[in-house]
Ligand binder design. Structure first.
Ligand code: ZN
Length: 497
């Protein structure tokens, strides 16, 4: 670590920002879980204030001088300080391009929009929500115009979640996946469907116990985290030792609840393995949301939908939920891997999942380009689904199913597909290095796989960009080939193609 005073002053400023951000995250967790509906307006003001304070630190005129001083005194062998300084400079330069009033207004409006989205979803009627969403789109476009330079607005949005990802790269990856996945879906749906027993119902208390049991097997430390319930499951890192997961349960769909928990546990493991000693500096934060998603998708799909995991899990979960004693592992495996053209992303199977993402990416690109009016979004959503998968039968299972846009998270959806791509590649590399992972899963021993992920992915946090992490771990940059090969092999065997 550099002993330079300027560097230390920058680190102190950055730490304050991180703490302000973590206060905002704690408020966000509260909104997802316990905030009374009447508290939304006061909460919007709290978010606006915290966001302004954070922005003031990011744009503090002293930062530019301190960055120059620290760079001049930098020890050439201190690559941690060098990376921190580079990331701080990029952040400072971007923050200075945006007026504080715009940042504040975005925080206020997205808080209101998320509440409005939840009400609209519960009522199944998008009409009262669309004007608020329209304001979020307007402010997002204004923000993107401040920071984008010669990039497209959408590319500026992508950069928020996945630094330096280009719009062309997103379009290419989705195109490379789309045609082979559509062909595979056609073949699977044209083949005789293997019989699969229907599971459930399972009481909510038993499902909560199942989630906690699975958290223990995966290695998520409940002394440093929580699992609560929310309309839209997520993982929030408040700080070291405080990782909060939310999931959701439905009595008659117990597997969906368990998969949601597994997904968030993948995020949670990553967050718990981030280097606590770097908390409060840029390299202490994950470098990429796609890499974060890769960990969630890996635990959800490559562990949670595997035969090996269920050979271990089923008898143990049946002790918590006796109705599971009536099914066998093959039943559950087939049920978990059933393919269908559906209208819901969260419950979609692995083959159609990226087709759901492609629809959202097309629509959000059109929204921020200004080619699609928010008033026309529900119709455009239904048409896109009718063309690619199936027309939704309700707004709640259509345009209202995701809260990302209400939260201002334009450009986030591609991280799911990139996460799938990275998950397949990382899992293949872990298997090549460690040998038979299915036998580990069947023995309930996830320590070798989780340890490999901790060493090759989690501990790097913000030190390297995602593509470098993947390349160091697997020997090649992210490439959809591993995901396509895995899905072709898995579903070919399951449906005897
Ligand atoms: Zn996720």
């Amino acid at each position: 670590m550099s002993s330079d005073l300027a560097y230390r002053e920058l680190a102190a400023l950055w730490r304050e920002r991180t703490l302000l951000g973590s206060c905002a995250t704690l408020l966000a967790w509260d909104e997802e879980t316990f905030l009374p509906a009447a508290g939304v307006e006061a909460r919007a003001e709290q978010h606006a204030l915290l966001t302004r304070l954070e922005h003031e630190r990011a744009t503090d005129p002293r930062v530019g001088d301190l960055l120059a001083e620290a760079a001049a005194a930098l020890d050439p062998d201190d690559d941690i300080a060098a990376t921190n300084l580079r990331l701080m400079r990029e952040d400072h330069e971007q923050a200075r391009k945006v007026p504080a009033s715009l940042i504040e207004e975005l925080a206020r409006v997205t808080t209101r929009a998320q509440s409005s989205w939840e009400h609209a979803r519960d009522a199944g009627d998008p009409r009262p929500y669309l004007p608020v969403l329209g304001r979020v789109v307007e402010l997002t476009c204004a923000w993107a115009d401040c920071v984008r330079d010669d990039r497209s607005r959408y590319e500026a949005c992508l950069d928020e979640w996945e630094p330096h990802l280009t719009e062309a790269e997103v379009v290419t990856v989705l195109a490379e996946l789309r045609a082979p996945l559509e062909r595979l879906v056609d073949r699977v749906l044209g083949a005789p469907s293997p019989p699969a027993a229907t599971l459930g119902p399972i009481a909510l208390d038993a499902q909560r116990a199942m989630s906690h049991a699975v958290a223990g097997w995966i290695g998520f430390d409940l002394a440093g985290g929580r699992i609560d319930e929310a309309a839209h499951p997520s993982t929030m890192r408040i700080g070291p030792g405080d990782i909060r997961l939310t999931t959701r349960y439905a009595v008659d769909r117990p597997l969906a609840g368990l998969l949601s928990t597994l997904h968030e546990l993948g995020h949670g493991l990553y967050d718990q393995h981030l280097p606590a000693e770097h908390f409060g500096t840029p390299i202490g934060e994950p470098s990429s949301l796609a890499l974060h998603e890769s960990q969630a998708r890996l635990v959800e799909n490559l562990i949670g939908k595997s035969h090996g995991f269920w050979r271990f899990a089923l008898p143990r979960l049946a002790a918590l939920a006796p109705s599971l004693t009536t099914v066998d592992v093959d039943d559950v495996y087939r049920q978990l891997n059933r393919v269908a053209r559906s209208s819901n992303r969260v419950t979609a199977d692995e083959l159609t999942y990226d087709l759901h993402i492609a629809i959202r990416v097309e629509l959000e690109r059109a929204l921020v380009r200004g080619d699609l009016a928010v008033a026309d979004l529900p119709g455009a959503w239904d048409e896109a689904y009718a063309r690619s998968l199936v027309r939704p039968t309700s707004a709640a299972d259509g345009v209202l199913q995701d809260g990302h846009w209400a939260a201002g998270m334009f450009g986030y959806f591609p991280t799911y597909t990139l996460g799938n791509v990275m998950a397949a590649q990382l899992h293949a590399a872990a298997g090549a290095a460690l040998g038979d992972l299915d036998a580990d899963l069947a023995a309930g021993d996830l320590s070798r796989l989780v340890g490999w992920l901790r060493d090759h992915v989690h501990r790097h946090a913000g030190r390297y960009p995602a593509r470098v992490v993947v390349e160091r771990a697997t020997g090649a940059p992210p490439d959809p080939a591993a995901q396509l090969a895995r899905l072709t092999g898995k579903y070919g065997a399951l449906y005897r193609l």
